[in-house]
Structure formats: structure tokens, C-alpha cells
Design a protein. Sequence first.
Length: 264
Amino acid sequence: MRYFIHLGFDGTSYSGWQRQKDTRNTVQEVVERTLSQLFKKKVSAYGCGRTDMGVHASQYVIQINLDEAPTFDLQFRLNKNLPDDMAVFEVIEVSQDQHCRYDAVARTYDYFIHWRKDPVLMRHSAFYDGANLDFGLMKEAVALIRETKDFRALCKQPELYTNTLCRISKCELFVNQEQGRMRFTITSDRFLRGMIRICIYFLLEVGSGRISLDEFAEILNQRKLSKEKFPSHPNGLFLTKVEYPYLELKESHQLIKMLRVGLE
């Protein structure tokens, strides 16, 4: 029997989703250890994709295979035993041929930035102290991203892929100058390694005047190589939606709803 588990997590203390040889401090490791304790045997969990160290998720989907249906409330037990920075929102039985990663037709990420120091925001929004940005130019740069198809220039390791094409269906920037905050949101059929955080790096470069809009367009179109492309801070990034053709997941993460207030 196969189950999808809709999970949310604060990635601050973790080295990303994926289990790694040199660290036990990953979301996958914690989830698998908890599942194995509950079922008193090894249970493997497969994720809908990678997340980097320090990146969060309000709608992350994992799958597990069980020989038979649980005799207890799995959602309740997981929430009782997982650490406080993880929560299970749904446990859904699916067919054996449905896959949490390969069946996803789109994913949405939100990236939050603030430029006035606020202790409430520091874990879940990237702080760029006193940023002096041209938001009009940044929105024009966002429009260029929305029109792009080949994201090789915004990929951390393009050599890992047979192609670097992504189909962007949504890409927007919301700014609230009164609150001193902004939100970048992007939806695509796939994402490349480091792509969103490198997008943010270039948006900030354009907004601060360090590169022109024309230069950014040349970089996107691979007519000009960028000497530098540093990923932005990880703590501002959330995986906020995973879409399947046969399943609608609940919107149940209160933190994301609060962070979006004033940025919609």
C-alpha cells in the first residue's frame, strides 16, 4: 500500500531534505527514523524533490510503502513524535503506480525578503539590511524571467542535466514598502539546482543598479557570461505548493498565510 504524506517543515536546523552520508541532520533522516520507530521496522520515505540546507516547505510531499494499512492514526502519531519544526497535514492513500516526485506537474516556491531588521522575520525571510532597490526595474527583470525557457544561466550545476528547459507558468514580485518586505513567487513544471536563489541574486543586482536590465537579459539569453552568481540566503525560500493531476492538497500552513499578508 502506498501513502502520500503532506509535510511542512522549518528547514533552519536541517541540511536539506535528502539523506546524506556525512550527516544525520536531514529532514528525510528524521522522518524515516520516526516512521521506523512507529512501525517497529525500517520504513523508507521518498520525497517530491530536493531542498537545500536551511530552506523551508509548507507543502512537501513524501511517499511510503506499507505491507498493510496502519492500525493507528498515522497523522496523529507522526505529529506526536516528530520534532516541533515538522508537521504532518495529511496522510493520503494512493495507488501503487502514483509517485510523489514524477507525477508532480508543477511546483510553486515563495521567497521572502525584508530590509528592516525584525526578529520575528529573521528565520523565515531573508534580511538584506537597508537595501536601496528600484522595484520597477526588478519587476521588469521578473518579466524577463517569466518569458525565459532555458535557465542554464541561472543553474548552479547545469552539467547535471540533459537539458535546462523549464516551463514557467507564474512569476511575480510583490512589494510592500510600508512593511519593508517583498515576495517573489514562481511556478514551473521543474526547477534546476539553485535556480530560484540565483534568480533572487540577479533581481537584487538589477534592483541595486549593479547590473543593468539589458545585461541581465544578455545573461538570461546566454549571450553574456556572468562572472558571479551567488545564491541568495536560503532562509527566505519556501516550497509552498506541489500540484498533481489527480490530487488537490490542503492549504494548511498558517506561517505562509501570515508571511503573504500585504504581499498578494
